[in-house]
Unconditional design. Structure first.
Length: 247
């Protein structure tokens, strides 16, 4: 039997990059998936891949910054699968700019999706998880939420907030046998990093002790571990998947 056989997992922002890799890894480990994207078409695309692995998949359009949409997400999940075992809060955006040039919209939008969106999903799912007296929540943060990064004050603040949120919720929900952890990717090969000039990618790799950028599948492997019973005694932790960039 697979490690997550017949578990029910929600992955937000699952249509590409790290989110897609997480959804496919959890499905490969036996879970049935609820996958979200801001576009239903993109969510349906990854759902098709999951079904090709022999698992059930429910695609839903959801803007995690809007609590009403998140409530519909949780309702749709419980109506379809009757339970929630795993919640992976991956949905996120960037609107990079130097602080002196950053406007209110760039700040507010990133905080709304990355931090408030994570809060919305946890809050909406918690009632179900508490009734079950079991569950796993994995929040995707970033190493820049720990170390900072020029030109990303909004993104770094949102991801640092996710770390604080993770630790607080882990303390609140521990008595109900719900583990809450965060995974902090470093520089990962995605659509965004693929667009960088080769020289920039080489410089980034030189700053990483392992000498290369990571893959979405390596982040997904960490998430899959935290989502499994093997990690039942781990909660309130932040695990960096960054090739040793932050130690």
């Amino acid at each position: 039997m697979s490690r997550l056989q017949d578990k029910v997992a929600i992955v937000t922002g699952a249509s590409r990059g790290i989110g897609r890799a997480i959804a496919l890894r959890l499905a490969g480990d036996g879970a049935n998936l609820v996958v979200t994207a801001t576009s239903l078409e993109r969510a349906e695309s990854v759902a098709t891949e999951i079904e090709a692995l022999g698992r059930k998949a429910l695609p839903l359009a959801c803007d995690v910054a809007e609590f009403e949409q998140v409530e519909s997400l949780i309702k749709g999940t419980t109506e379809t699968f009757s339970r929630i075992d795993i919640l992976v809060n991956n949905a996120g955006i960037t609107k990079d700019n130097l602080l002196i040039r950053m406007n209110q919209e760039q700040w507010d939008d990133v905080i709304a999706v990355n931090l408030k969106g994570t809060f919305n999903c946890i809050r909406a799912a918690t009632k179900t998880l508490m009734k079950q007296r079991a569950g796993k929540i994995v929040n995707i943060t970033s190493v820049v939420g720990i170390m900072g990064n020029a030109g990303q004050a909004n993104y770094c603040a949102s991801k640092a907030g996710v770390i604080g949120l993770t630790k607080s919720v882990a303390r609140e929900l521990a008595a109900r046998n719900i583990q809450v952890n965060a995974v902090a990717p470093g520089f990962i090969t995605t659509d965004m990093t693929a667009a960088l000039p080769e020289e920039v990618k080489e410089n980034l790799s030189e700053a990483i002790p392992l000498g290369r950028m990571g893959s979405p599948e390596e982040v997904a492997a960490c998430v899959a571990y935290l989502a499994s019973e093997d990690a039942d005694y781990i909660t309130g932790q932040v695990i960096n998947v960054d090739g040793g960039m932050v130690m």
